[in-house]
Design a protein around this ligand. Structure first.
Ligand code: SF4
Ligand code: SF4
Length: 497
């Protein structure tokens, strides 16, 4: 059975490189406003630094990176950067405003994984720009394939007329639209949705979302999380079906961004790192995990508002309180001095990242041995991430009989039993332990009261089919799948590609 989530996906992340610190547009709501204004207008990453990052990606089995800016395609050496991607076999996910040269669009054909074109109201474009934008989107679809090109809208006011995005979608015959509301940049100088306006703005976003779907746009989704109490229960259910990850409706995933001068950064709205070079870390994975652990601490310990303190959504780690940018103090500058005070996180992220890399390079034996040694050390014996990679390696080495009870405990003790169960069940099924994979998947489904767990349902649906098992539960699952919103079915199909 092919897996709908594999362990490599789970351990992977996509670093984003800020190729430039300048842009040919000036969107009022731009998250990157502070970053762009603080930097030299001609700032861009040099080729040697880019090559180093791509080489690291190759070594760490990272297959795709994001291109950000500013406007990344304005890099003065863009064709050399594309050639470097080809040399190292790394794909690019391009975030662009779409006002770019045809030459660049054509050259990108060989390396593009996906493109998201950020669109604004028609009045913001000058001269031929809007016509060019439509032509460019059509050309990208023709060259890269329709499924690789999406357009996006950022709603920066609950009074904004969002209907233009439908017009753009129909004009370009696009399949996918991303919708988001704008979030606060660290200085709050961009136009963003005030916390108290989130509910009203979400209702507007939902209206345009339904309109796009109703007009035949196949895949219309949200991106970043919302404070769950601010949008209400009905909208939370709605959102879950149209957001790009199981937890994405209530919490964001960590980004490792790399600036033109090779410093680390996170999302523009999150922690502001200052002068911490990527070279400080032993690998890209190390830097990413360090930021992740740091953000995790902040997500669950800094309340966005007082009522978060005793909220079950926070306690169950379902809601981080909305965008991190709304959290008091999150944007305080984190510099080298503060890094020294976080040696525990630095060390932990180093150990876990080195195990991830061993696992991803298929060195399961070494991964199992090294993780096993750490688990014997009092300091790390309760570390869930090390335990997890240890067990995954054991499964890959066909030693699962020794660790069945541990897998069950890991699922039982997880905040998200269905996600952990899916991970173990997928690897088990890939290593021919189908019966145990079904047992673990059923356990995850039984324990998870908080998540829709449709991917796990789907996994079981496929597993039962493979076993020709027509039990009552399999029939229920088949009907569950049948009534899933089409959008989720499409996502499931995509995940299996
Ligand atoms: S954690 Fe905070 S923002 Fe989220 S639902 Fe609870 S009270 Fe609301
Ligand atoms: S901090 Fe999180 S929610 Fe806010 S913009 Fe960044 S990814 Fe989205």
């Amino acid at each position: 059975m092919s897996s709908i989530q594999n362990d490599m996906d789970y351990l992977s992340f996509r670093p984003r490189i800020r190729l430039t610190a300048f842009c040919n547009r000036s969107c009022s709501y731009c998250f990157a406003k502070d970053y762009l204004s603080a930097r030299d207008k001609n700032d861009e990453i040099d080729l040697a630094s880019m090559e180093k990052i791509l080489r690291q990606c190759q070594d760490e089995k990272i297959q795709c990176i994001g291109w950000q800016g500013g406007e990344p395609t304005l890099h003065s050496n863009i064709h050399s950067i594309i050639n470097l991607h080809k040399k190292y076999g790394i794909k690019a996910m391009v975030f662009t405003n779409g006002i770019i040269s045809k030459d660049t669009i054509i050259a990108l054909s060989d390396i593009v994984e996906a493109v998201l074109v950020n669109c604004n109201e028609p009045t913001t474009y000058k001269g031929d720009e809007l016509t060019n934008l439509f032509d460019n989107i059509k050309l990208m679809q023709k060259l890269y394939g329709k499924e690789r090109v999406a357009i996006g809208i950022n709603i920066y006011s609950d009074k904004m007329d969002t209907s233009f995005i439908l017009e753009y979608a129909l004009k370009t015959a696009i399949n996918e639209v991303r919708i988001d509301i704008t979030r606060p940049s660290p200085s709050n100088e961009n136009m963003f949705i005030d916390y108290s306006d989130i509910q009203r703005t979400f209702e507007e976003a939902k209206k345009i979302h339904k309109l796009l779907l109703g007009n035949g746009v196949e895949y219309v989704h949200f991106d970043c999380p919302f404070p769950l109490c601010a949008i209400g229960e009905e909208n939370v259910s709605y959102l879950r079906n149209y957001i790009n990850s199981d937890l994405g409706h209530g919490q964001c995933s960590t980004a490792l961004d790399i600036t033109p001068n090779s410093n680390i950064a996170s999302c523009f709205c999150s922690i502001q790192f200052k002068d911490i070079g990527i070279d400080t870390f032993n690998s890209l994975t190390h830097a990413w995990l360090f930021i992740k652990y740091l953000e995790d601490e902040m997500k669950w310990s800094i309340n966005t508002k007082d009522s978060c303190e005793n909220c079950s959504n926070r306690e169950n780690r379902l809601c981080q309180g909305g965008c991190l940018g709304y959290k008091p103090g999150i944007n305080n500058v984190f510099d080298r001095k503060m890094l020294l005070s976080k040696q525990d996180l630095f060390e932990k992220s180093n150990i876990v990242s080195s195990l991830y890399i061993l696992y991803k390079t298929n060195d399961f034996k070494k991964c199992y041995e090294v993780a096993g040694l750490y688990l014997k050390d009092n300091k790390y014996k309760n570390n869930a991430a090390i335990k997890e990679i240890f067990i995954l390696s054991a499964i890959r080495l066909h030693m699962v009989h020794l660790y069945k009870d541990d897998i069950i405990k890991m699922v039982q003790n997880s905040f998200y039993p269905s996600l952990d169960a899916l991970l173990y069940a997928s690897v088990l099924s890939e290593t021919n332990s189908l019966d145990l994979s079904i047992e673990i998947a059923e356990l995850g489904l039984m324990l998870d009261k908080n998540l829709t767990a449709y991917r796990l349902h789907y996994f079981l649906y496929e597993a039962y089919k493979q076993k020709n098992q027509t039990t009552k539960s399999s029939i229920n699952l088949v009907s569950y799948y049948k009534y899933l919103p089409d959008i989720n079915k499409k996502r499931l199909r995509e995940m299996r590609r």
